[in-house]
Design a protein around this ligand. Structure first.
Ligand code: PXP
Length: 241
């Protein structure tokens, strides 16, 4: 069985930088360390409000990433233009509301069907692979396939927030959604709220291709360093002590 890929989201390295408007911590150094520590890909999210990643970070990251670059972005024409200029390997389309703390839900694909179809086609024409960040719901997966997406990223936030039997129930929703997506021939990624203590069951879902993990890795890095935090996550995904 192929190993599940680990995409490391480095947004919060720049959250710390933007808090003081300093040149440190350096995103480029973080990318180098992440790749040397086993990251299979680097994810950054250029938000409409530029609260962490800035436009020049996106261009600078493209220059140094040697694994694969995944640009998370809202389905706006501004982001479409930037993506086509930067040419990341992947774009993950996410919903965005200015006031939210983080990406709080999946895309409402049915409500934005026409715009998403147009955006997916434009990014594919620029040779960028596209994933849609969605709730683990078979109907939304059908809609994602219908607008031309070949990859879905399942939102694991409800799973991460739940406890005990509720968490098991949320895991089952993820599993059912993943099996449905696999039947449609879609590539399955997942992420949001994953940490070393809850990642393994998600990594074990049949057909899982990649997990995108940011907040917990950058948090752990404060205490053990970014390299150890990434290696620890890899071990947790693989069930290695
Ligand atoms: N995937 C997507 C689409 C996201 O928006 C985020 C959060 O930026 C993540 C994964 C990573 O979530 P977390 O930072 O909680 O690990």
């Amino acid at each position: 069985m192929e190993k599940v890929r680990l995409g490391v989201n480095l947004d919060h390295v720049t959250t710390l930088r933007q808090a003081r408007n300093t040149p440190y911590p350096d995103l480029i150094e973080a990318i180098r360390i992440a790749e040397a520590s086993g990251a299979d890909g680097i994810t950054i999210h250029l938000r409409e409000d530029r609260r962490h990643i800035q436009d020049n970070d996106v261009y600078a990251a493209r220059e140094v990433i040697t694994s694969s670059m995944n640009l998370e972005m809202a389905a706006t024409s501004e982001m479409q233009k930037i993506a086509i200029e930067v040419k990341p390997d992947y774009c993950c389309i996410v919903p965005e509301r200015r006031e939210e703390l983080t990406t709080e839900g999946g895309l409402d694909v049915a409500a934005h069907r026409d715009r998403l179809r147009e955006l997916v086609a434009a990014l594919h024409a620029a040779e960028i692979k596209v994933s849609l960040f969605i709730e683990p719901n078979p109907l939304i997966i059908d809609a994602a396939a219908d607008v031309g997406a070949k990859i879905v990223e399942l939102h694991t936030g409800h799973y991460a927030d739940a406890h005990g039997p509720h968490q098991q129930h949320e895991w089952e929703r993820l599993n059912v959604a993943a099996q449905h997506a696999m039947q449609l021939g879609l590539v399955i990624n997942a992420g949001h709220g994953l940490h070393v203590g809850n990642v393994k069951p998600v990594a074990d879902i049949n057909g899982m291709n990649e997990l995108n993990i940011g907040h917990s890795i950058v948090s752990d890095a404060l205490f053990v360093g970014l390299d150890r935090a990434i290696r620890n996550m890899r071990c947790a995904m693989d069930g290695v002590e």
